[in-house]
Design a binder for this molecule. Structure first.
Ligand SMILES: NC(=O)c1ccc[n+]([C@@H]2O[C@H](COP(=O)([O-])OP(=O)(O)OC[C@H]3O[C@@H](n4cnc5c(N)ncnc54)[C@H](O)[C@@H]3O)[C@@H](O)[C@H]2O)c1
Length: 313
């Protein structure tokens, strides 16, 4: 049986995806350089006979050829990327390497080894700033972060590969994803700050930034649904709740309610958290709803569940 290759397997989303694929009976190979991912995220998977983890760097094409594609791979789920947007703003090379070149090398090897199906973790950041709900045909696509730019460039490489050798590709544009095993993100950052000091919680921006949030369990469910039901050569979908999202202030309040009720908030001011941060967006998820999938959790419910999980881990 050919294996499914999951890149970024030890990361937040990758590890949940690996668990779900194993539960469906697949044989899975995970690859990760453990720069942000953790082996502990894969505790369950590492005990599974159908799972193998290969440690190494996807920017190294020789490693990919000799250590990964030497085994029969049926399809690839590509989740490796730089997940630290601010690091990519400080040094554009970070996103060039981890977000774009990893996709480039992977596609080169997939072509060489005739692996013809690719599922790709993209992002709302490819859209840039728009003042209406983002649907899959929203444009022009002018990202405002290097991260978004390198994800968009990766999408473009994938669409070209579909024209030449890939039989099928699925591009998932995630909003903000939250839940257990987070390696980064707003709830993770707030809890980290509260471990350092409880006399104040510093919140970047003025707290009005507002975005949709999806729980990682529902994100994985949606991806698996799309893979099964979307059969065009190139399939691209927003995944997320169709609501207005939650504000950064509401997230801070929820984290404090559970973790440190006495701590006051200090906003740094300004309407965005950092350079490259899209302060507000809303998703249209009509295309996915039409395909037959909708989340059960609203952004607010996903937030409450994720805060509970991260505070008790
Ligand atoms: N978490 C979110 O809110 C969110 C939102 C939109 C898109 N995404 C995308 O989803 C994917 C997974 O994100 P995540 O939140 O799980 O991030 P993550 O950082 O937890 O996972 C990425 C994994 O890739 C590994 N990695 C990074 N560079 C590597 C390299 N060069 N070679 C091998 N391994 C490498 C890291 O060690 C990590 O385990 C990413 O592509 C990310 O851009 C995430």
């Amino acid at each position: 049986m050919n294996s499914l290759l999951v890149t970024g397997a030890a990361g937040f989303i990758g590890s949940h995806l690996v668990d779900a694929l194993l539960a469906l009976g697949h044989r899975v190979i995970g690859v990760d350089n453990l720069s942000r991912g953790r082996k502990s995220n894969l505790a369950q998977a590492l005990a599974h006979p159908q799972f193998a983890l290969i440690e190494g760097d996807l920017t190294d094409a020789a490693f990919l050829r000799s250590a990964v594609f030497c085994q029969p791979v049926g399809a690839v789920w590509h989740l490796v990327a730089n997940s630290d947007i601010a690091a990519g703003v400080a040094d554009p090379n970070v996103d060039l390497q981890s977000t774009f070149l990893t996709t480039f090398h992977l596609l080169t090897l997939m072509r060489e080894f005739e692996v013809k199906q690719l599922a790709f973790a993209s992002t709302s950041a490819v859209y840039g700033v728009h003042d209406r709900a983002l649907d899959e045909n929203t444009g022009p696509l002018f990202p405002i972060s290097n991260y978004g730019a390198m994800k968009l460039a990766s999408e473009a490489l994938i669409s070209a590969a579909v024209e030449s050798f890939l039989e099928r590709a699925w591009i998932f544009r995630f909003p903000n994803v939250i839940g257990s095993r987070a390696t980064h993100g707003i709830i993770f950052d707030f809890l980290k700050k509260l471990r350092q000091r409880t006399d104040e919680l510093e919140v970047l921006g003025d707290g009005t930034q507002q975005k949709p949030y999806v729980h990682v369990s529902e994100l994985v469910e949606a991806m698996l649904f799309i893979i099964q039901h979307a059969n065009d050569k190139l399939n691209w979908f927003n995944i997320g709740p169709p609501d207005e999202g939650v504000t950064v202030n509401e997230i801070a309040q929820e984290v404090l309610r559970v973790a440190s009720p006495e701590t006051p908030i200090r906003f740094t001011g300004g309407n965005r958290g950092w350079v490259g941060d899209v302060p507000k967006f809303r998703y249209s998820t009509e295309k996915l709803r039409h395909l037959g999938w909708a989340p059960k959790l609203t952004s607010h419910q996903a937030l409450a569940k994720a805060v509970e999980e991260l505070c008790s881990s």
